[in-house]
Design a protein around this ligand. Structure first.
Ligand code: NAD
Length: 521
């Protein structure tokens, strides 16, 4: 099963659980991408005129179709990723209707026009409204780790805002993306949601194709390249990149719950989660007991291929398995202690869930994203050392503190340099449509989900109405009253009450002078 970089199978042609070959999916020619975007743009012209209520109903209809066809998509995802069916059903499929419902509520908050408050003294007769306007066609470029649900965060807000969408699934999971687009197409106007298939070159073509906004989820290296190009093209873009999440375990935690909670959020999806707990900073006082318990729990986690029931699938691809093995080797070479795991399972790309104790900042498993089923435990003296070490990472997505003292936990969590700070849980908000999913540092500047993510999907348009029949007093011509008008406005801004009367007088004289100029007297 070992593969060198040169001999990796073509992405998307290999089932990671069984090793079976998969029929390749037809790639989109780069020259066709622009046309695909144009078709979505044509459909968007009608869609943008629909009401939010109509769009909300369409999102529910898409969600219903997905739920009614759950068996189909579970099988496709299982084939492409090796995850077990119940894991897919729970984590990717079952929550879609609720997600769409809450996303619609967030849309209402984000898309409601705002009447601007304008001073009647400084700007008589004027009013303004700021209304969010759909940008046009949004490109969505996605990774393979949650091949269906990764799309929910940008797809629903993009459509609810009145945009067309072109999806580019990962080349490792093309069938899942295509299937989701089919469900959208069955409900939405023809052409509004479309798919392009392929790797980086198709992603690049999508960015060059005239899209009006982009959401990218993927690696730091690709995300930085994409953000730079979007900057040059002035395309608003949201980049959600890698992570190396830390959990801080304090001596007063509930040991049983903490150990299983950390195992859950480290190994969920075989650790192929941008917000997987990859580093655990544990206070010395309970380190021995914590490591022993964590080891016992992790040892019992079954990987696909180990019987009917299993908690996690394999790594999705050979590249990822190679990174996991390299990180574990590097840690052991540098003195980490293997508590459990550290080897392949012998079935497909399965890797035994692994706990490494006494890890240090010299090890890749502590500094670089592993994106696999590996937990690096770092022992620390106290919470301050834990916070310093957690914040030394170049990533910052989620960070959690595990303690029975909630007030102290909250205070420590706020000191973490992350987008989502938690106490006694981790990564859970990733499935919530009304909580922003965002990070700091190399995790990227993107904001996904919730009303806070709408910058990529809408632009603010100001509609300004002037009902005044008179010209404004600062219009041409300049005359001796203009200086006085300026001085009076300064006094007015400084809060002088008498300035209001003076302002009315000088403005009145100015308006007459302006009207005289306009009449040509
Ligand atoms: P990747 O960067 O290799 O690929 C992501 C997507 O970008 C794919 O669709 C790929 O085809 C496309 N792509 C590659 N090169 C491109 C280019 N030059 N121009 C345009 N598109 C291009 O990432 P991956 O290996 O698929 O995903 C794993 C990474 O995603 C991990 O780092 C993980 O942490 C991150 N991730 C982040 C989040 C988050 O919300 N922050 C969520 C899931 C995954």
């Amino acid at each position: 099963m070992s593969a060198s970089a040169e001999s990796y199978p073509t992405p998307g042609t290999f089932s990671p659980a069984t090793g079976a070959e998969l029929e390749p999916v037809e790639q989109t020619h780069v020259d066709e991408v622009k046309d695909t975007v144009e078709r979505a743009r044509a459909a968007q012209k009608e869609w943008r005129l629909t009401t939010l209520h109509e769009r909300e109903e369409a999102m529910q209809a898409i969600a219903r179709r997905v739920l009614e066809r759950a068996d189909e998509i579970v099988e496709i995802i299982s084939q492409e990723t090796g995850k077990n069916p119940s894991e897919i059903l729970v984590n990717e499929v079952s929550g879609i209707a609720e997600y769409a419902k809450i996303a619609a509520k967030e849309a209402k908050a984000a898309l409601s026009p705002v009447k601007v408050s304008i001073s009647k003294i400084a700007y008589p007769g004027k009013s303004a409204t700021v209304e969010p306007v759909p940008r046009g066609v949004i490109g969505i470029i996605a990774p393979w780790n949650y091949p269906l649900s990764i799309f929910y965060k940008p797809l629903f807000p993009a459509l609810l805002s009145g945009n067309g969408v072109v999806l580019k699934p990962s080349e490792f999971t093309p069938r899942t993306g295509a299937w989701l687009v089919e469900q959208c197409q069955a409900v939405l106007p023809e052409g509004l949601v479309r798919v392009v298939q392929g790797g980086g070159e198709v992603g690049e073509a999508l960015i060059e194709s005239g899209i009006d906004g982009l959401t990218f989820t993927g690696s730091v290296a690709t995300g930085k390249k994409i953000a730079a190009r979007c900057g040059e093209l002035l395309i608003p873009c949201s980049v959600e990149l890698g992570g190396k999440d830390a959990a801080i375990v304090l001596a007063d935690c509930d040991l049983d719950r903490t150990a299983i909670g950390i195992a859950q959020w480290a190994l969920h999806n075989c650790g192929q989660n941008c917000a997987a707990i990859e580093r655990v900073y544990v206070e010395d006082a309970i380190a021995d007991r914590f490591v022993e318990k964590l080891g016992q729990i992790v040892e019992k986690v079954r990987v696909a291929g180990e019987g009917e029931l299993c908690e996690i699938g394999p790594l999705q691809n050979h590249q990822q398995l190679d990174i996991v093995e390299a990180h574990v080797r590097d840690a052991l070479d540098k003195g980490a202690e293997l508590v459990t795991g550290g080897e392949r399972t012998g079935s497909g790309l399965g890797y035994r869930p692994t706990v490494l104790d006494r890890c240090t900042a010299e090890m890749e498993v502590v500094t670089d994203e592993t994106f696999g089923p590996v937990i690096a435990v770092v022992r620390v003296q106290d919470a301050d050392e834990a916070v310093d070490k957690a914040n030394a990472a170049r990533y910052g997505l989620n960070g959690s503190v595990w303690t029975k003292n909630l007030a102290r936990g909250e205070e420590i969590a706020r000191r973490l340099e992350v987008g989502v700070a938690l106490v006694n849980n981790h990564a859970i908000v990733g499935s919530m449509a009304n909580v922003p999913w965002t990070g700091v540092k190399d995790t990227g500047t993107g904001v996904a989900a919730s009303r806070f993510s709408y910058h990529t999907f809408v632009r603010p348009r100001t509609v300004f109405i002037d009902k005044s029949s008179k010209p404004d007093p600062w219009w041409f011509p300049a005359n001796e009253d203009l200086q006085e008008l300026g001085e009076t406005l300064v006094d007015f801004s400084l809060g002088s009450l008498t300035s209001v009367l003076r302002l009315a007088k000088v403005a009145g004289r100015r308006v007459k002078a302006i009207q005289k100029l306009a009449r040509g007297d």
